[in-house]
Design a protein. Structure first.
Length: 225
């Protein structure tokens, strides 16, 4: 099963590390940003994979409220605001803008993790419903893939790679981008490993394997035609 990805936004590196350490221990994958502008940049690049945002209020360049407003124009991703001020007026303001949860500093990291788990449990059911892509049905909850109603066996990496391709349907994805998102920067080998995985996936998809197009000089694209 693909781990939920959480974007941690805070201008204090110590705070980011503290939060990251506790969430990584619970098998979440983490993206970081040290200010509001960077947060929007990281979010735009990874909006398909981010499940939740932990967003500090007081930051340089763009504060948390500004980031929240911009993200809420296009996304309903769950957002927990982190603030040193525990004033009721701030909290009401945050809820009006679309905050899902509010945690005042200093906080217990264990409580933070519990809040994160509770929100993800509450907000992900609709995401976990099986989705159909031209006869390829992906059920995220069961981590299963069916082709024309028949279940096919995929390794974890094959499943994650196929899921990444279909979630970015009609977008040409470079091998580097695929490595960064599916292998999560922890792979230092040859990018040709992607080609061998694609070959296996195509074979297992049968006739539907043609949906994975090779983009010469670039990488791959999933396109139902």
């Amino acid at each position: 099963m693909i781990n939920d990805c959480i974007l941690v936004v805070d201008d204090e590196s110590r705070m980011r590390k503290l939060i990251k350490d506790f969430l990584v221990a619970k098998a979440y994958s983490i993206l970081e940003a040290e200010d509001g502008e960077k947060a929007l940049e990281v979010f735009e690049e990874n909006k398909n994979k981010i499940s939740l945002i932990l967003l500090d209020v007081m930051m340089p360049k763009l504060d948390g409220w500004s980031v929240l407003r911009q993200i809420r124009q296009t996304s309903k991703v769950p957002i927990i605001m982190l603030t040193a001020r525990g004033e009721e007026q701030d909290e009401l303001f945050g809820f009006e803008l679309g905050v899902d949860e509010y945690i005042s500093k200093p906080f217990s990291p264990k409580i933070l993790v519990a809040r994160v788990e509770a929100i993800l449990k509450r907000t992900t059911p609709s995401e976990k419903q099986a989705k159909d892509y031209g006869g390829i049905e992906i059920d995220k909850e069961g981590r299963t893939v069916k082709v024309d109603g028949k279940t096919i066996e995929l390794s974890l990496r094959e499943y994650e790679l196929l899921t990444y391709l279909v979630e970015n349907e009609n977008i040409a994805l470079s091998r580097d981008k695929i490595l960064n998102n599916v292998w999560n920067y922890d792979y230092y080998g040859d990018s040709r490993t992607i080609d061998s995985h694609i070959k296996k996936i195509r074979h297992k998809l049968g006739k539907k394997g043609k949906y994975i197009k090779t983009m010469r000089g670039v990488g791959y694209k999933f396109e139902v035609k």
